[in-house]
Design a protein around this ligand. Structure first.
Ligand code: NAP
Length: 321
């Protein structure tokens, strides 16, 4: 398969580079000094792209690469790939679903508990010497006892979050575009209705144009002054300035965020707030799970070039066609 040439626009984990580099001719664009010259010279030879959200893979990016057959995305979220355009060009897009579901759900529950019980703030209190100086950390106004939790995006990860939440004995409801069959949770066709019905709103919605800024000032107003917002999905689904404003002026009480609109940039105002818990997009960030994700990406590429089709194609590029 060494005659097949692959291109990675940005750095990928060593497991991916090593395994695919052994089997194929793999070009690391991020190490190339004159990228435009490289694409001009080599573009027509490239048959597969390995991507991980470093670059926007759209019509303009694909134009000088007319022979790409597969775009293998590291991660379940593939909003940096214009999958609709790829589908129109006959290119298959793959992602890495399922293997990260439980890890991300664990992280979400951790973030939710950290935010509701102000655990990072309490830890900072202790480390600052306040326990001995000023006394015990103040009691939190917020608790999971008797709480109503709403999930935006009851898909693979959303359901795994809901399963964990059941153990906390909270009322669970959700918003998707369509109700999910066979789940015991209340469905809200409107996002604002879900927000007004719950105390804690958890987003695990994907990114992309369909969800862009759908969690906006109206949703925060509906969540209300005792409301807590958790985001483990995508930053682009949230109108970030509206969220900052809502946290600043008490429209909502607090937030726990693993994802941001312009990662790795986090608004300075958020960084300075005491009523937010901020994580650097670590939802799936363990060696165990990232290795499984890398392995699935590799298997998709190998399966494709062995003529066996993709293992996990995205909805926009179904297989068989
Ligand atoms: P999934 O199974 O496809 O679930 C996505 C859910 O979102 C579905 O229930 C879908 O239901 C709903 N949805 C999609 N578009 C919507 C819209 N416009 N309005 C309302 N609901 C909408 O995906 P998953 O595997 O659970 O992953 C979900 C997302 O989590 C990924 O796309 C990724 O962005 C994010 N993620 C984050 C991390 C992290 O490290 N923080 C890690 C992994 C994944 P309908 O189709 O019925 O609307």
């Amino acid at each position: 398969m060494k005659s097949i040439e692959l291109l990675a626009p940005g750095p990928m984990m060593p497991l991916v580079i090593d395994r695919l580099g052994e089997a194929f001719t793999l070009h690391r664009l991020w190490e190339v000094a004159d990228k435009e010259a490289f694409i001009r010279e080599k573009g027509e030879k490239i048959r597969g792209l390995l991507v991980g959200g470093h670059a926007r893979i759209d019509e303009a990016f694909l134009k000088p690469l007319p022979n790409v057959e597969i775009i293998a995305n590291f991660g379940v979220g593939y909003d940096s790939v214009d999958a609709k355009h790829a589908g129109e060009k006959g290119i298959v897009v793959t992602n890495t679903p399922d293997v990260l579901t439980e890890e991300v759900a664990d992280t979400c529950l951790g973030l939710l508990l950290m935010t509701v019980r102000e655990l990072p703030q309490a830890e900072r209190w202790l480390r600052a010497g306040n326990w001995t100086g000023k006394g015990p950390y103040p009691l939190t106004h917020t608790t999971l006892r008797g709480a109503k939790v709403g999930i935006i995006g009851l898909g693979r990860i959303g359901k795994a979050i809901a399963r964990r939440l059941e153990a906390f004995d909270v009322a669970i409801s959700y918003h998707n575009r369509r109700p999910v069959a066979g789940v015991p949770y209340a469905y809200h066709a409107s996002l604002a209705d879900l927000a007004s019905a719950v105390d804690i709103l958890v987003s695990v919605a994907p990114g992309g144009p369909d969800t862009f800024h759908m969690i906006d000032a109206d949703v925060f107003r509906a969540l209300g002054p005792k409301g807590i917002f958790i985001n483990i999905g995508r930053g682009s689904a949230v109108d970030e300035p509206a969220m900052v404003e809502a946290l600043k002026n008490g429209t909502i009480r607090s937030a726990g965020l693993d994802v941001f609109e312009h990662e790795p940039k986090v608004p300075a105002e958020l960084m300075a707030m005491e009523n937010v818990v901020l994580l650097p997009h670590v939802g799936s960030g363990t060696h165990h799970t990232r290795d499984l994700m890398g392995g699935l990406l590799v298997d998709n590429v190998k399966s494709w070039f062995a003529g066996k089709g993709p293992l996990t194609p995205v909805a926009e590029t179904p297989w068989p066609r």
